[in-house]
Structures are given as structure tokens and as C-alpha cells.
Design a protein around this ligand. Structure first.
Ligand code: SF4
Ligand code: SF4
Length: 199
């Protein structure tokens, strides 16, 4: 049995982590409701996924679910890893800029997501397995194309509260099992970190 299958089984069957779609249902339903009101991303160039606005950071369970979406095989593993490494280098995500002792944090950098395909396709990650923050970021009006788009923080918080214990357990499982020393990372760094441990 492959390592990814073992982890998937431990997370969802043994630990009882709810599946991606169930944990994201609130956000997916809201997105569908907006689409029914013609408030959608279909005509946008994808501003929020590119370096002009994207600084998304994700948890280990979100990174693991992106890996599930990628359907990694022996044939595509090398290409996926190379794309992630190139993306990290292109946006200098491997160079942290410390903002000083007072605030004790590092500069949050912007980058174009490695899973963004310019043109009509846009995000290539399955909706049920997308980072929560991506699903919670939507336009406000028809044909907005980035100007008024915003994060629905209230809905994101409601979702997080509903699944908090479930996701703390899942993240702890991945941290311990894969010996991860981070809580959140930029998408390419988080996904590559897990791929390096799993494959
Ligand atoms: S995962 Fe998808 S929606 Fe999120 S930043 Fe990447 S391309 Fe955009
Ligand atoms: S959320 Fe806004 S910026 Fe992002 S793809 Fe949709 S319309 Fe464009």
C-alpha cells in the first residue's frame, strides 16, 4: 500500500476527519449561490491567484488535500515537484524577510499560485479540495474582475469553528506523522514539503 493511501486511510477512516467537501460545504454553497446571482469569476483573469494579490498560506491538511487533487503518479511526480521548486524560486519564497523583534514576524510575500492556469481554466485544484481561503474569496458584484472582491471572513470563521477540533486533530496527525515543523506555509512550499515526505 502506498504511503499516501495509508495517510488518507488514517486521516479519514481511522481518525474520522470529515471529507473535504463536507468541511468546505458552507463555502461551496455560498459560491454557488453567488454564481446563481451572476456574481462569479468566469470573466476574470484571476487577479486573486496571481502575484498582484495572492499571499495565501495553508495548513498541512489543506496541503494534503491539494496533493489528493493532483492525483500524483510516477509519471507526473517529477514535473509537479519541478514546477513547485521553480515557483518557490521565482517568487523568492525560500528567502524569509524578518520584520524585526518588535512584531516578531516575517514579511508575507505575494506570488502567483503554481496551480493557476491563465485563461478560462483558472484554478486547477478540485473545488472540494481547495484551500478554505481561496473558496471564501469572491466577487461582490457581477463582472467585478478583482476590484471589489473580498474575503468573507464571517463565513470562513463559521466554517472554521464548525470543524476546529476535527482539523486540529488532522493537522496534528500530519505534523507528527511527517515531522513537520510549521503551522502554515505558502501553497507551493506547503505542498512540496508534504510531497518530499510522502513520495
Ligand atoms: S489554489 Fe486555486 S484558487 Fe487558490 S490561489 Fe491557487 S489557483 Fe488560486
Ligand atoms: S475572486 Fe475576484 S479576483 Fe479572484 S478570480 Fe474571482 S473575480 Fe477574479
Amino acid at each position: 500500500m502506498s504511503k499516501v493511501f495509508n495517510i488518507k486511510n488514517s486521516l479519514y477512516a481511522e481518525l474520522g476527519t470529515k471529507l473535504g467537501r463536507e468541511r468546505r460545504k458552507l463555502l461551496i454553497d455560498e459560491m454557488s449561490s453567488l454564481t446563481n446571482q451572476k456574481v462569479h469569476c468566469f470573466n476574470c483573469s484571476g487577479t486573486c491567484c496571481t502575484f498582484s494579490a495572492n499571499s495565501m498560506q495553508i495548513t498541512p491538511i489543506e496541503a494534503f488535500e491539494i496533493i489528493l487533487s493532483l492525483e500524483i503518479t510516477d509519471d507526473n511526480l517529477f514535473e509537479i515537484k519541478n514546477n513547485l521548486k521553480k515557483n518557490i524560486q521565482d517568487y523568492r519564497l525560500d528567502h524569509e524577510i524578518f520584520l524585526g523583534k518588535k512584531i516578531n514576524s516575517v514579511l508575507r510575500k505575494t506570488y502567483t499560485c503554481p496551480f493557476f492556469a491563465p485563461g478560462s481554466k483558472g484554478c486547477t485544484i478540485k473545488k472540494d479540495l481547495k484551500p478554505y481561503g481561496c473558496l471564501g474569496f469572491n466577487p461582490k458584484i457581477e463582472n467585478d474582475n478583482g476590484s471589489l472582491c473580498h474575503s468573507n471572513t464571517q463565513l470562513l470563521e463559521t466554517r472554521e469553528n464548525a470543524h476546529r477540533m476535527d482539523e486540529i486533530a488532522a493537522n496534528n496527525f500530519l505534523k507528527n506523522n511527517l515531522q513537520l515543523d510549521w503551522i502554515k506555509l505558502e501553497i507551493p512550499k506547503a505542498v512540496l514539503a508534504l510531497i518530499d515526505k510522502i513520495y
